[in-house]
Design a protein around this ligand. Structure first.
Ligand SMILES: CC(=O)[C@@H](O)[C@H](O)COP(=O)(O)O
Ligand SMILES: NCC(=O)COP(=O)(O)O
Length: 239
């Protein structure tokens, strides 16, 4: 079964736009769980433009499903935040400063030693580690030498190419997933997955343990309601 982890960054974006507490991020996370989400994902960024560091503490104390914190482990503040909260999973993303959103995976060959060292820190704290990678077999093979438990395949390329030719779009992801399986790595995926492209991806990619979805899901919820939307995403994953 592939788990759905709802990324609630966009709820925080909306809240921050007026400075108050509407919508309430913690309540939304609990509602996502109540509506069937099997995990909650946040991606605090150094400028706190959506998720604030304090949000992570507030969420950690109430979330009953899998809590996944994504972010840039080259920031000391991020490492301290994760170690203080001990989520079920940390996903390491190589964001450059000022990026609008995540737009590439780790070069696991170039940063192999750095990743080994930082992954050991999180694993010593009992936190499962996933690293964000492009669907490139060389990057997946090198990821397997870092000690990470899982990889998260960056799916923006799939989402963009899906409407033109879905077979070609998913093919590198299927290959990357096979390499991950052979190497004993767990497999997550995320970025720009939506109600149109999710079912095909989940059916084609072997061993998919979890998807994290935020932007499209929260946009859909504006029209369809949050409970209904989460149920619709879960149905895409059910086959
Ligand atoms: C890691 C990833 O794929 C991103 O999608 C991220 O979690 C979203 O971040 P933003 O909400 O800041 O665009
Ligand atoms: N890891 C990907 C994620 O959490 C959500 O990405 P998106 O659905 O907001 O593009």
């Amino acid at each position: 079964m592939t788990k759905l982890s709802v990324n609630i960054n966009k709820i925080a974006t909306l809240r921050n736009s007026r400075g108050g507490n509407n919508p309430d991020l913690v309540k939304t996370a609990l509602d996502c769980e109540r509506f069937g989400a099997q995990g909650i994902t946040v991606h605090p960024r150094p400028d706190e433009r959506h998720i604030r560091y304090q949000d992570v503490y507030d969420l950690k104390s109430v979330i009953a499903t899998e809590f996944n914190i994504e972010g840039n482990c080259q920031e000391k503040k991020f490492i301290d935040l994760v170690l203080a909260n001990k989520p079920a999973q940390v996903t390491l993303v190589p964001d450059a400063e000022g990026q609008i959103t995540s737009n590439h995976g780790w070069n696991t060959i170039q940063h192999q030693q750095y990743l080994k060292d930082i992954i050991a820190v999180f694993k010593d704290a009992g936190i499962r580690v996933s690293i964000f990678v492009d669907p490139d077999p060389r990057m997946v093979e090198a990821a397997a030498t870092t000690g990470t438990d899982r990889i998260e395949l960056y799916t923006e390329g799939y989402a963009t190419a899906y409407l033109k030719n879905r077979e070609a779009a998913v093919s590198p992801y299927v290959e990357a997933a096979k390499v991950a399986q052979e190497a004993g790595l767990g497999l997550n995926a995320g970025h720009d997955l939506d109600l149109h492209n999710l079912r095909y991806f989940a059916r084609q990619v072997p061993g998919l343990l979890e998807v994290s979805i935020g932007h499209a899901l929260i946009c859909d919820a504006l029209y369809l309601g949050l409970e209904n939307t989460i149920q619709m995403y879960l149905r895409q994953l059910a086959g």
